[in-house]
Design a protein around this ligand. Structure first.
Ligand code: SF4
Ligand code: SF4
Length: 359
């Protein structure tokens, strides 16, 4: 296992992390605990969950697994999150989480799922920062972290506020072009950087040809996607949502046989993405100046799901609701001025796609 410093916390975390959102059968505690203990035996020490995963049942499994790890002397760090923003709401949440997780302190506690900067400003109005600092002083949490769905300058702006010790954000070979600005802030503020969705929500393994640009000889698209992330020296941990013990073992093997690229080799790989992604929105955001305020990159990312994600029944509706918190009707505001299409680096028929989304 490879370990990296989590920002300035003094904690060394495993480059491979365990995410608790994809258990095949979360109510089979023995099986889930076996998976987590097996990962810990392989050197994984970062375990991330959230109260919303399986309606708190993921946290219950984590509590049982942590107890087993303590029994076996296996080290672990706990990470979880809260959507609450008022002091009483957060205190109520954390009380339940500590019980479910069977621990007295949460190592990495995240302000959960910032989707827009307005959303962040609203949470701040409830003194969320003050509350998190109090929780830290009281020893209920060890580190203040944020989980973000922002892209480009927005994510950088959030991180530059200097509130956080680490960030959890979606980053993969599929969306990396939209998140590069985060690394400026991560370096400058010396933050821990945990990435989620390393397989692009399943898009990467479903489309191995599209991701030829990251694959080296003998690598599956999934293994190549993880190694591509590990090549980023700023990334502290990549969270994989494991569903079976076989997947845990595959990921452990991928890190065992991992040969890092040099920074120059990584840049070369990244430069090949645009040509590979023909017709796919890369999230470059050059179009993001719509006179009627449509957040075009978010809607086009949603359309990508329709093109690429065959595993979901309603990929557009699902992405709008759960990832971007947007309505289909927002796409209907388009006046067809054509400004965005003229700016699009991928020559995407944005107007037609917006109409399809709206309908
Ligand atoms: S064509 Fe529609 S989406 Fe594009 S900039 Fe004009 S109004 Fe906005
Ligand atoms: S310019 Fe094109 S590729 Fe870039 S974000 Fe907009 S729609 Fe996507």
């Amino acid at each position: 296992m490879i370990y990296r410093e989590y920002g300035q916390t003094g904690k060394k975390v495993s480059l491979l992390g365990f995410g608790g959102m994809r258990f095949k059968n979360v109510d089979n505690h023995d099986e889930c605990v076996r998976m987590m203990v097996s990962a810990a035996e392989g050197g994984v020490n970062y375990f991330d969950t959230a109260p919303g995963y399986f309606e708190t049942r993921s946290e219950i499994v984590y509590g049982k697994a942590f107890a087993e790890m303590r029994k076996r002397g296996l080290p672990y760090f706990s990470a979880t999150k809260t959507f609450e923003s008022t002091e009483s709401g957060i205190r109520g949440e954390i009380e339940g989480q500590l019980k479910r997780l069977d621990i007295s302190t949460i190592d990495f506690y995240h302000i959960w799922c910032i989707t827009t900067l307005d959303n962040w400003e609203n949470r701040k109005k409830n003194d969320i920062i003050k509350t998190f600092r109090k929780l830290k002083e009281e020893g209920l949490i060890n580190h203040i972290c944020i989980s973000s769905h922002l892209i480009k300058n927005e994510i950088k702006k959030l991180l530059m506020e200097g509130v956080f010790e680490g960030v959890l954000f979606g980053y993969s070979a599929y969306n990396f072009q939209t998140r590069q600005d985060a690394f400026d802030a991560i370096r400058e503020k010396k933050l821990g950087a945990v990435v989620m969705n390393p397989l692009g929500g399943g898009v990467i393994p479903q489309h191995p040809d599209l991701f030829k640009f990251i694959r080296r000889e003998g690598e599956t698209a999934a293994v190549a996607a993880l190694r591509f992330l590990w090549d980023h020296s700023e990334i502290t941990n990549t969270l994989v949502g494991f569903d079976t013990i076989e997947h845990v073992n595959e990921a452990l093997q991928a890190i065992e046989n991992y040969k890092p690229r040099t920074p120059a080799e990584l840049e070369e790989v990244k430069s090949k993405a645009a040509s590979s992604f023909e017709g796919i929105c890369t999230g470059c955001a050059y179009c993001d100046n719509c006179p009627v305020g449509i957040p075009i990159p978010y809607y086009m990312d949603t359309y990508n799901q329709k093109l690429l994600n065959k595993a979901i029944d309603d990929p557009i509706g699902d992405r709008l609701k759960w990832h971007w918190n947007l309505e289909r009707s927002g796409a209907a505001k388009c006046t067809e001025c054509g400004q965005c299409e003229a700016a699009c680096t991928q020559h995407i028929d944005i107007i037609r796609r917006l109409k399809e989304i709206a309908n």
